[in-house]
Design a protein around this ligand. Structure first.
Ligand SMILES: NC(=O)c1ccc[n+]([C@@H]2O[C@H](COP(=O)([O-])OP(=O)(O)OC[C@H]3O[C@@H](n4cnc5c(N)ncnc54)[C@H](O)[C@@H]3O)[C@@H](O)[C@H]2O)c1
Length: 110
């Protein structure tokens, strides 16, 4: 259980798709799964709308999520989103960044 934990998920959206039954990205899946386990989640993405859709999915299940914008290729953006998420959630217990798998180096800043 993650009850009361505060988790930042960067890349919490899902890439756009025309598929009528589109896949769910890792970040979105992690955000929803963490919320189902009781975590409060900060959904961050370079695509704010995509992060917002994930936060709405969490909220629709009764979870607690906020939205932030972050670009993991920009160290300042990473610093900013960590600060924002910690302010909104009252601290952070963990962070997950699936897109960092594709963009080596920058996740160290987070
Ligand atoms: N889907 C899979 O089966 C799979 C398997 C192994 C590894 N991966 C890796 O996991 C990562 C995520 O892939 P996915 O298919 O789960 O998700 P996805 O492509 O559906 O979503 C990735 C999300 O990351 C966001 N994003 C992209 N660049 C960003 C940036 N610079 N800063 C912040 N957010 C950014 C996108 O806007 C999108 O919402 C990729 O690195 C992928 O190579 C995926």
């Amino acid at each position: 259980m993650l009850t009361g934990r505060r988790i930042l998920v960067v890349g919490a959206g899902t890439r756009p798709s025309d598929d009528p039954d589109p896949p769910v990205g890792n970040g979105r899946a992690i955000a929803i799964a963490a919320a189902r386990e009781g975590a409060r989640v900060a959904c961050a993405d370079v695509d704010e709308d995509a992060a917002g859709r994930t936060a709405a999915m969490v909220a629709a299940e009764g979870g607690d999520a906020c939205v932030a914008v972050a670009d993991v290729t920009d160290p300042e953006s990473c610093d900013r989103v960590v600060t924002q998420a910690a302010e909104r959630l009252g601290g952070l217990d963990g962070a997950v960044c699936p897109p960092c798998a594709e963009i080596p180096g920058y996740c160290v800043t987070m």
